[in-house]
Ligand binder design. Structure first.
Ligand SMILES: Cc1ncc(COP(=O)(O)O)c(C=O)c1O
Length: 373
């Protein structure tokens, strides 16, 4: 099997796996307990907090551990207490659905468009912010999970701040793969998820800039500065820390190698007839979104799987109901290519041979499906 769905979840690194199992076996104390077993667990949590903070240029006191990207996004949006929300049309459902839920309960919601390349414009944000004096929270992602398009976050954050708004960035895609620095981006809040950077599933963080004081979503024992009650999952957090440490170490080299693999895959597949690349400009190294005219994205995903390749359809598909992707829709992708998208995402463990195998498998699958049509 060739795995080319890193944007959905990346395989855990050996280092993170080792820390996960050692910590689960040995550090079973509750980090809030005063005894030695508790304090050893606390040390592991604080070490991980430092490692995670280092990766994104934060201070350890600004890191709140959560159960993952979805919870971090919820804490940022629900906890901000702002009566006005501005989000982009291409956000992950963890932001979009949360924003819609808040809007259903009285929050003013503005959804910003993107251009055909898939980027949010600071001018559109400027115009939206000028429409009302109600203090807003702006939430725009670092990079899109379907196309890999990197957003002009520092300019957007600067625009938000000029209007007295807070700025949240969902950096679940991108962190650990390219530099994400909270200070140079200018974010007040930023979400990260461990399983996208070779850590375990079920753990993430919300960066909360010193001085920003969101309300908790989960109340209880007051862990994580009162922002996320619940006993810390020490093994997941420790493994997340190790994954962040490793990512910081290999990122510069890996980003170049992975971008080269992606470019080679795209170059070959773009030679096929009636293919379109979705997303142009500044992109993450590992994600490629291609539409193959006349071929259903879901059918193509299944055909690739039958032939031993794990990729994903660019559209948000539900069983038997192939709905066009809201991301490609927002980019005004022509109807013919809306439901024929494939997301190929490669990463740290993808080899040159596998890249060649991906090209072969996708090309053959497209040809077979076109022959069957
Ligand atoms: C951009 C983005 N935000 C949020 C999430 C949700 O993260 P998690 O799976 O950790 O809840 C994902 C996961 O696919 C994502 O790609």
């Amino acid at each position: 099997m060739i795995y080319a769905d890193y944007a959905a979840s990346a395989p855990m690194s050996e280092g993170a796996l080792a820390v996960l199992s050692e910590t689960a076996r040995n550090l079973y104390g509750n980090p809030s307990s005063l005894h030695t077993a508790g304090q050893e667990a606390r040390e592991a949590v604080e070490k991980a907090r430092q490692q995670c903070a280092d990766l994104i240029g934060a201070s350890p006191g600004e890191i709140i551990f959560t159960s993952g990207g979805t919870e971090s996004d919820n804490l940022a949006l629900r906890g901000s207490g702002r009566r006005r929300l501005i989000v982009s049309a291409i956000e992950h459902p963890a932001v979009l659905r949360t924003a819609e839920d808040l809007a259903a309960h009285g929050t003013m919601l503005t959804v910003l468009p993107v251009n055909e390349k898939g980027a949010v414009s600071p001018d559109d944000l400027e115009a939206a912010l000028g429409e009302s004096d109600v203090p807003a929270l702006v939430s725009v992602m670092f990079a899109n999970n379907e196309t890999g398009m990197i957003q002009p976050v520092s300019r957007l954050a600067e625009t938000a701040h000029r209007h007295g708004a807070l700025f949240h960035c969902d950096a679940v895609q991108g962190t650990g793969h390219v530099p994400v620095d909270v200070k140079s981006l200018g974010c007040d809040l930023l979400s990260v998820s461990a399983h996208k950077l070779h850590g375990p599933k079920g753990v993430g963080l919300l960066y909360v800039r010193r001085g920003v004081t969101p309300d908790p979503v989960l109340t209880g024992g007051g862990q994580e500065h009162g922002l996320r009650s619940g006993t810390e999952c020490v093994p997941l957090i420790a493994a997340f820390g190790e994954a962040c440490r490793e990512a910081g170490e290999v990122m510069a080299e890996e980003a170049v190698r992975i971008a080269r693999l992606r470019d080679r895959i795209e170059e070959e597949l773009l030679k096929l007839p009636d293919v379109r690349r979705n997303g142009e400009g500044d992109r993450l190294p590992g994600i490629s979104n291609l539409s193959f005219g006349g071929v259903g994205g879901e059918a193509l995903t299944l055909m690739c799987d039958l032939r031993g390749l794990a990729v994903s359809s660019g559209s948000a598909c539900h069983a038997g109901d192939e709905r066009p992707s809201h991301v490609l829709g927002a980019m005004n992708v022509p109807a013919r290519y809306l439901t024929s998208a494939l997301r190929i995402s490669v990463g740290r463990f993808t080899s040159d041979e596998e890249a060649a195998g991906i090209v072969r498998c996708v090309a053959e699958s497209v040809e077979m499906l076109r022959d069957m049509a």
